[in-house]
Each structure stands twice: as structure tokens, then as C-alpha cells.
Design a protein around this ligand. Structure first.
Ligand code: PNS
Length: 163
């Protein structure tokens, strides 16, 4: 049984993330989507909300599950018998940091990182950009699943009402 992890913040999950997760699900027997819950970044969605959106998005893939983790990713991998970390690479600009993390993680637990090239139609896609464009009224409906778009729109309306 080869089990891989797709880690990330997923704030919120985009169609680019789902492309990588779906392709990972064809490469491995089991894929765990691991949502980082470390409080290091300003999030638009709570960890529970991010996991709910992922569970709904991944419901059609029977070998994909969603979990949260705090602390080191390598600790999660050891505890969940995970053999590989799958990361999407959008462009060469992603590579330096991803290589550094892959090498650090390998030095900690001897785990492999598998880089999957992002499909060209998603190469510009990032959760941070989706949030920024949506905040200023741009149409991001084609970049995230419909249910995520609905939640994003609702959250932006809540934020606007509080301001
Ligand atoms: O979606 P992101 O923000 O690029 O995800 C980054 C994430 C959560 C995968 C990464 O920050 C991570 O693995 N964090 C856990 C803490 C950790 O293990 N740090 C050492 C990395 S070498």
C-alpha cells in the first residue's frame, strides 16, 4: 500500500490544487490531503472550513481523505505511514523553495517528495491571488469549485459588512 500526502494551507482549495490531488490519486493507492493548521498566516477560512471544502471537493475520489496537521509535516508522515509528499510545481519560481523543503523533509525522515507539474491552465493559480481578485470584485468563479465560490462570496460579504 503506497500512501502519499498532498499538504498545503488550502485557504481556499482551488481547481489547481484539485488537479494535483486527482493526479496524485492515480499515482498512489491512497492520498491524504493534509491541511496545515499552524497559525503562521492570516487565513480567510478556519481549518475546519478548509477541510470541509476539501472533503466536498474530493468526495468523488474514493482513495482520497482529508486530515489536518499541526507541527512538522514529517511527523504527520511518520504517524500516518505516508511514503511520499506530492507537491505541484507551477513555475520555476516555485522550485527553489520547494526543493529546499523537499531536502529538509528528506533529511528529517528520509521521505521522498514527488513534484507534479501543474497543468498549464492552472499555472497562474494561487489561493492568495484568488482571494485578492475576489476581494476587489474580479470574477474567480472558474478558478474554484462552485461550492468554494459560494463560501468565498459569503465570507467577503461578511467581511464587508463588518468594515
Ligand atoms: O499551501 P502552502 O502554504 O504552500 O503550504 C505549506 C505547507 C503547509 C505544506 C508547509 O508550510 C509545511 O509543510 N508546513 C508544516 C511545517 C513544517 O513541516 N515545516 C518544515 C518544512 S521543510
Amino acid at each position: 500500500m503506497r500512501r502519499a500526502v498532498c499538504p498545503g494551507s488550502f485557504d481556499p482549495v482551488t481547481n489547481g490544487h484539485l488537479d494535483i490531488i486527482e493526479r496524485a490519486s492515480r499515482l498512489f493507492d491512497e492520498v491524504v490531503v493534509a491541511v496545515g493548521v499552524n497559525a503562521s498566516k492570516n487565513r480567510m477560512f478556519t481549518a475546519d472550513e478548509r477541510m470541509e471544502m476539501l472533503r466536498e471537493s474530493c468526495a468523488g475520489w474514493s482513495n482520497v481523505s482529508v486530515d489536518g496537521f499541526s507541527g512538522l509535516l514529517t511527523t504527520f508522515c511518520v504517524e500516518h505511514d505516508v511514503h511520499a509528499i506530492v507537491k505541484g510545481l507551477r513555475a520555476v519560481s516555485d522550485f527553489d523553495y520547494e526543493l529546499q523543503m523537499a531536502q529538509m523533509n528528506a533529511s528529517l525522515t528520509d521521505i521522498e517528495t514527488v513534484f507534479v507539474p501543474t497543468s498549464p491552465e492552472y499555472s497562474f493559480l494561487a489561493s492568495s491571488l484568488v482571494k485578492e481578485v475576489a476581494t476587489f470584485g474580479g470574477n474567480v468563479s472558474r478558478l474554484v469549485p462552485d461550492h468554494v465560490y459560494a463560501r468565498l462570496t459569503a465570507r467577503l460579504a461578511e467581511i464587508a459588512a463588518r468594515a
